[in-house]
Design a protein around this ligand. Sequence first.
Ligand code: 3PG
Length: 217
Amino acid sequence: MTKTITGPDASKRNLELCQMAPVIPVLVVNDINASAGLGAALVRGGLPVLEVTLRTSCALDAIAEMAKIKGGIVGAGTLITAKDVENAVAAGATFGVSPGATAALIDACEANGLPLLAGATSASEAMALMERGYTVQKFFPAQAAGGASFLKSLASPLPQITFCPTGGVSLANAAEYLASPNVKCVGGSWVAPSDAVKAHDWDAIETLARDAVTALG
Ligand code: 3PG
């Protein structure tokens, strides 16, 4: 039988994930043959927590492949519907990420035992998630929604909430986010550029991961 979880359970797990590395790579996998090499390179470079977005036809297969990587922790991103949650869990995802949050999505994650890193963009959205026990949240789309200064402004009125800003985050601005007391890690695709993935240039991706850990860890 599936073990259900609550918002506080999910928040506890999300905090653990955020403390494992300063960056959660956000991956859009177009080629299933690239998934194992890509995931392994990021893990070798020091970024073990991987988000595979459900935006491509091979995303679920990529999750299944990456779930086999020793030392890696694979989650499903871009969760929108309850069906996405079921598919992600069946593929082997052990956490979920969503751009926003609905009651139906949260219910599905809780019923399927999947810790959800749910997205919020405003104080009201963050407070609504907190009412359900979700005190570790994604801030999305981070740069477009106000960037590090916006997020820092939430730290004083909402000190209970920790964020993982994602969307427009890069090595150039990640440190600014991480300097805010309510940020424990960031999410971003910059550590897995599409040209390097296409070329199966795993050394380049490992180096990008390692550089991120060195600069931000
Ligand atoms: C996304 O929307 O794909 C994620 O938030 C990652 O955004 P990024 O490509 O700007 O890092």
